[in-house]
Design a protein around this ligand. Structure first.
Ligand code: PLP
Length: 373
């Protein structure tokens, strides 16, 4: 099997991740924050270590401002619904995943907010910033956008968008589902107010947790109420993060997996990994360009997600063919219909190939051979 679907979830996971998850399950998986016995304390300690690791990896500035969630989607819903107020106007990019697009559309349909979409495809960074600035109104309270597209190799100039937002008194909420672990992120210097990411993609944890990292003065309300393990008497949630935002039991095994995933990225090879994924992307782009009728979308950009289509063959059919050769890719609209529309893919979408740390140049050769046949 050749796994080229790392944008959906990375596979396989580093041994240190699976080993620690297993150690957690067999040696210390008490309920964190719910008791003072050895197992509960050990779980809580590991969870705090994960907050510390993420906070320092992403330039958050305080471990308690890492709020664990079940996935990126929940983290984005928390940021969007916990921050926006009646009458706010927001700007989202045309590359947004449904994890941003749908909550925004629902709030707009209820008459709570208005929104506008800024273009990205085919624009230089300067043009993008100009088009974004043109859409700002006196009611604009947030820009919400992805860092890296989940369907093609386009990345957004987040630091420049952050600087613009800061200058105009607007908050920046970033969907880092496809960038955390690959692209450098420093929330403070990039002026990011809230950043959502999954544990199970390029941070190399397992499925079951994501997080929202928030800036110091980001005024957020919880999305859920419930037990927090501390301060049980009041009817309201505790006032401070992270407990204020983490109702119910946390997924300790997923969080310790994420901790090991982050540690594996900070052990000196993270930059090499991004460069290697990029090399594989360039090799695949070159190989596929030599095949007749193959059209690659956004191939000149700087990310490493490759989107292509073959004339006269549907994406689904192409995906089935690759699957029959043992090559795992993802086809269709990838939960990002606006992005497909902007790129001009056919009705059934296109084929996405996404690399991870365990892919090699021979995987690119196999993809090319399978497409040739
Ligand atoms: N945003 C982007 C850009 C994504 O690629 C994904 C998932 O692929 C998500 C959000 C949603 O992530 P999750 O499935 O962890 O909620």
């Amino acid at each position: 099997m050749i796994y080229l679907d790392n944008a959906a979830t990375t596979f396989p996971k580093p041994h240190r991740v699976t080993a620690e998850v297993m150690r957690c399950l067999t040696e210390y998986c008490g309920n964190p924050g719910r008791g003072s016995h050895r197992l509960a304390l050990a779980a809580a300690e590991q969870i705090f270590s994960c907050r510390e690791a993420l906070s320092s990896f992403l330039g958050v500035g305080a471990p308690e401002r890492i709020l664990f969630t079940q996935n990126t989607t929940y983290a984005l819903n928390l940021a969007i619904k916990g921050f926006l107020r009646q009458g706010d106007h927001v700007l989202i990019s045309e590359l947004e995943h449904n994890a941003v697009r749908r909550p925004i559309c629902v709030l707009a349909a209820k008459g709570q907010i208005t929104f506008d979409v800024f273009p990205v495809v085919g624009l230089t960074q300067d043009e993008l910033l100009l088009r974004l600035a043109e859409k700002i109104t006196p009611a604009t309270r947030a820009v919400i956008c992805t860092h890296a597209s989940n369907i093609c190799s386009i990345t957004l100039p987040i630091a420049r968008i952050g600087a613009l937002c800061r200058k105009r008194g607007i908050r920046l909420i970033v969907d880092a589902a496809q960038s955390a672990g690959i692209l450098p992120i420093d929330m403070k210097t990039m002026h990011i107010d809230a950043l959502a990411a999954p544990g199970h993609k390029s941070l190399y944890g397992i499925q079951g947790c994501g997080f929202l990292a928030i800036g110091k003065d980001f005024a957020l309300e919880p999305l859920m109420e419930g037990g927090s393990g501390v301060d049980s008497l009041p009817a309201e949630m505790p006032t401070d993060p992270p407990e204020r935002f983490e109702a119910g039991t946390l997924p300790t095994p997923a969080i310790v997996g994420l901790l090991e995933g982050v540690r594996s990225l900070t052990s000196g090879t993270a930059r090499d990994l991004a460069a290697r994924e990029r090399e594989l992307f360039c090799a695949a782009t070159e190989r596929l360009s030599s095949l007749p009728d193959i059209h690659i979308f956004a191939k000149e950009h700087t990310g490493s997600v490759l989107l292509f289509q073959k004339d006269g063959v549907s994406a689904a059919e192409l995906g089935r063919h690759l699957g029959s050769k043992g090559i795992c890719v993802r086809t269709g609209l990838h939960c990002a219909p606006m992005a497909h529309k902007a790129l001009g893919t056919p009705d059934g979408g296109a084929v996405r190939v996404s690399f991870g740390r365990y892919n090699t140049p021979s995987d690119v050769d196999s993809l090319w051979e399978a497409l040739k046949s």
